[in-house]
Ligand binder design. Structure first.
Ligand SMILES: *Cc1c(COP(=O)(O)O)cnc(C)c1O
Length: 475
């Protein structure tokens, strides 16, 4: 037999119950070329790093505005009375909020900090929906005085609202947060009043019987990254049922139905096989599911529909650019001769999957909190003419769990290579933490192709500034 013949590998790993078994099996099915991403909205990735340093968050104004237009048209073309609130906790950078404000969004906040941030950015009190399980007395008092719509989460909060409104002396619009079974799992029961056991109706009754309060909204936010449009139809029907019950008792029709947020972006959860287009329903499917329910009502009884959109609008607008600072792996392949032979690499993977090549990059999960759930796409910023192999991307933290992707197909990279990590626009720049490193700069690429810093890289003063030294330690 010809000694150079490589028999096909049909071996023990076929039935192995390991996460990489499919990828091992398909090793030879991998394409010979690796995709890359050179530019974002016309600006070269390498040039952005040269100008602003690494790592760097980059946001596309074009992408945010395109999504805003699409969701607005998806809903308003089917149901004119739709109002949109921007979920600040998804991304509360002033510049991002301003873009959405200019697209017609009001603000949705879930804490005192976010309330103050929304006001600072330029939302008026009456352009704020105030959610969240903890609204401190002072924050609620301000929100009432400034005309924000408070959505009550629990009985203690309702008591506080009643007390503050009595002092306020004017009738105040109020919303009621409800939780219910939308017929998908998991059911979020932490927030609001239960629908199914009558608790929500009792809370609504208490509001309706209070002459200082006007029940403006029935609200329910069923979760995030919801892939089932029908869950919203179920939610809308159940809230309308509550609205009917209240009308029968009080001859009062609650004017607004708020179905929260939760529409998915094109990110994929770990374990999902792409492409996202085959996993994530289009926004129009959600719009149809919701508005079909509302349009069954006689026009005079159709409520204002409010949505609190977060993830859908901003996730794909955000990129993190990061530089490879080290190449790791047992017997790392020589890069000069095109890497290991496929056979040698394959043997190594079978013998010890940790022989997988690893790259340390200058960003970490401190900046990518959501990497625990989502598998980001990672692409090099130059063409590399070599087949992709399964690689691991380590972050730059001194923590073993700091792995951005445990297995991702990449061509052989070198120190200094720039990678784009995408989509990362939702939640990461609010949930990030400073741990052992400065948080990087953020730039926004405007529609005319200009890159502006919208948050500067942190400095030592930003971090040490709030610290105080007790007198006895200064001696
Ligand atoms: C977080 C949140 C949203 C936004 O959720 P997305 O999944 O990002 O769209 C909306 N409403 C409330 C009450 C929230 O807590």
């Amino acid at each position: 037999m010809d000694r150079s013949y490589i028999p096909p590998v049909i071996s023990g790993e076929l039935g192995r119950n390991a996460p990489h078994v499919a990828e091992d099996r398909n090793f030879y099915a991998r394409g010979p070329r690796a995709p890359s991403l050179f530019q974002i909205d016309g600006l070269p990735v390498v040039g952005l790093i040269e100008e602003f340093g690494s790592p760097l968050f980059v946001f596309s104004e074009y992408d945010i505005r395109t999504k805003a237009k699409r969701i607005r048209e998806a809903f308003r073309s089917r149901y004119q009375k739709t109002s949109f609130a921007w979920s600040l906790k998804t991304n509360y950078l002033g510049a991002i909020c301003k873009i959405l404000q200019s697209e017609g969004w009001i603000a949705e906040v879930v804490s005192q900090f976010e309330y103050e941030k929304a006001r600072q950015i330029g939302f008026e009190g009456n352009e704020i929906v105030f959610n969240g399980p903890y609204k401190p007395r002072a924050a609620m008092k301000t929100a009432i005085e400034e005309g924000a719509l408070i959505q009550i989460d629990n009985w203690d909060e309702l008591s506080l609202a009643e007390e503050l409104v009595a002092q306020h002396g004017k009738v105040v619009d109020i919303g009621l947060r409800v939780w219910l079974d939308p017929e998908i799992k998991p059911v979020w029961s932490k927030f609001g009043f239960a629908l199914e056991n009558g608790e929500a109706e009792r809370a609504a009754a208490r509001i309706l019987e209070n002459p200082n309060l006007q029940l403006h909204t029935l609200h329910c936010h069923i979760g995030t990254y919801i892939l089932a449009p029908n869950a919203y139809a179920v939610t809308a029907k159940k809230l309308l049922h509550l609205r009917d019950a209240l009308r029968a008792r009080y001859h009062y029709l609650v004017p607004c139905l708020n179905l929260g947020g939760g529409f998915p972006s094109h990110s994929l959860l770990h374990g999902f096989a792409g492409p996202a287009e085959q996993v994530v329903p289009p926004i129009e499917a959600f719009a149809t599911a919701i508005t079909d329910v509302l349009r069954e009502l006689p026009p005079g009884e159709q409520p204002l529909l409010r949505l609190e959109t977060g993830r859908y609008l901003v996730d794909e607008a955000g990129y993190l650019l990061s530089t490879v600072i080290a190449v790791k792996g047992v017997n790392r392949p020589a890069l000069t001769d095109g890497g290991l032979s496929a056979r040698a690499y394959k043997e190594r993977m079978i013998l010890n999957e940790d022989s997988r090549i690893g790259y340390v990059v200058d960003a970490g999960i401190n900046l990518l909190y959501t990497s625990a759930w989502y598998q980001f796409e990672i692409l090099p910023a130059r063409t590399i003419d070599a087949p992709p192999v399964t690689s691991r991307i380590y972050g730059s933290l001194c923590m073993a769990i700091d792995v951005i992707r445990d297995h991702v197909d990449l061509p052989p990279l070198e120190t200094g290579d720039i990678l784009t990590i995408h989509p990362v626009g939702a939640y990461n720049v609010t949930q990030w933490m400073q741990f052992i490193q400065y948080r990087p700069a953020l730039v926004l690429i405007s529609n005319d192709g200009k890159a502006d810093i919208i948050r500067a890289r942190e400095t030592l003063e930003d971090i040490s500034g709030p610290e105080r030294m007790p007198e006895h330690l200064t001696r």
